[in-house]
Structures are given as C-alpha cells and as structure tokens.
Design a protein. Sequence first.
Length: 65
Amino acid sequence: METKRLKMEQDRLELDRNNDAQAMDRQNRLDEGESRRISLYERRVDLGMEHAAADRENRRDIRAE
C-alpha cells in the first residue's frame, strides 16, 4: 500500500514538473512574441520618421524651384 502511495506521489510531482515546464515554455514564447512585436513597432516608427523627413525634403525642393 505504501508503495502505491509513493508511486502516486511521484506521478503527481512529475506532473507538476511537466506543468511548470510547459508554463515556462509558454511564457518564453509570449516574451519572444512581445519582443518581436516591439521590434516591428519600432521599425515601423523609424520608417514613418524616414518617410516624414523625405516628404519635408521634397516639399523644400518644390518650394525652391
């Protein structure tokens, strides 16, 4: 009987470890996705600033003509 109880406890501990590992993997994927999202947003902002600067330069050129 004691052996069965110990086996059940081992199984429960293994399940807990697996659940913890899955939770950590999930959090790592979420963190990676958030990092990518932020990088893409920053890139989009940079491109927007470049386009705005190019538009200002084009307007200056048109006024100079």
